[in-house]
Ligand binder design. Structure first.
Ligand SMILES: C[S@@+](CC[C@H](N)C(=O)[O-])C[C@H]1O[C@@H](n2cnc3c(N)ncnc32)[C@H](O)[C@@H]1O
Length: 251
């Protein structure tokens, strides 16, 4: 596959599934150097004991143990992951860390996430495809409390005038880890357009890695109110009861 395959406006979950089937086994080895950035994104969530947090597109689960520590035994941590191979490695990690009974993995596309109890906070680390999927954004907003806190870590482009070698290098390296290069200059912009209040709190790797943090919309989308449709957010608070058994973290 070439970088040209990623010049499409929307992510392609089928291609992501195929890519991660191959990438899963070597995934952790390729991204050890970003562990401090992941921790910084978790810190930006300012989690407190007893809170609930969703790790969206959690992959092999590198952030799950730290999230579990942050919310403590009274809190809840759920990872959502599309790829069965990545989810299996996340489950193995939880088992190895003694967290398999307390942190839950939902194996599903975010777009098709089952109803969950609305969460206090959401973490997205290197989830460019999810950020470019309007259906995924609606679903994650629906499964969070109004004004829930969110932190996003990922790759972005820097100004092409001086940064084109860095951009091309990063895009080449990232071509199999995302299926669209849409909005790479500001990957969080769709979420902002959807009403999230976000600010960039950190950059690294010469500006090509970002952390943004903030809050999801506090109220329902005005368009939903005008159209008379059942608002996604309200619908979720009525129906996102704990159909799913969410076990509590027990350390
Ligand atoms: C680059 S990995 C990041 C994994 C992890 N968050 C981390 O920090 O290492 C991107 C992950 O997003 C998952 N993914 C892609 N599209 C998804 C979707 N629509 N729903 C859920 N997971 C998705 C992929 O399967 C992959 O595991």
């Amino acid at each position: 596959m070439t970088m040209l395959d990623n010049l499409v406006p929307r992510p392609d979950p089928a291609r992501a599934l195929a890519n991660y089937r191959v990438l899963a086994a070597g995934y952790d080895g390729t991204c050890r150097y970003i562990a401090p950035l992941r921790q910084r994104a978790i810190d930006a969530l300012m989690l407190t004991p007893g809170e609930s947090v969703l790790d969206i597109a959690c992959g092999t689960g590198p952030t799950l143990p730290s999230l579990a520590r942050a919310v403590g035994s009274a809190g809840r941590v759920i990872g959502v992951e599309l790829s069965p191979q990545m989810a299996a490695l996340a489950k193995a990690r939880l088992l190895a860390e003694g967290l398999s009974g307390s942190v839950h993995i939902v194996e599903a596309a975010v777009e098709a996430m089952p109803p969950l109890q609305p969460a206090d906070a959401l973490l997205l680390c290197y989830t460019h495809d999810v950020l470019q999927s309007p259906a995924a954004l609606e679903r994650l907003i629906a499964c969070a409390k109004p004004g829930a806190r969110i932190a996003i870590l990922g790759m972005k482009t820097v100004p092409w005038l001086w940064g084109w070698p860095l951009n091309l290098f990063n895009m080449y390296r990232a071509r199999r880890y995302m299926t669209t290069f849409s909005s790479l200059a500001r990957p969080w912009q769709r979420l902002e357009q959807r009403g999230a209040s976000l600010r960039q709190v950190h950059t690294a790797l010469w500006g090509s890695a970002y952390i943004v943090a903030g809050t999801l919309p506090h109220q329902i989308d005005a368009r939903e109110a005008v159209s008379g449709q059942e608002p996604v957010a309200r619908h979720c608070r009525q129906s996102c009861q704990p159909h799913l058994a969410i076990r509590r973290h027990s350390r």
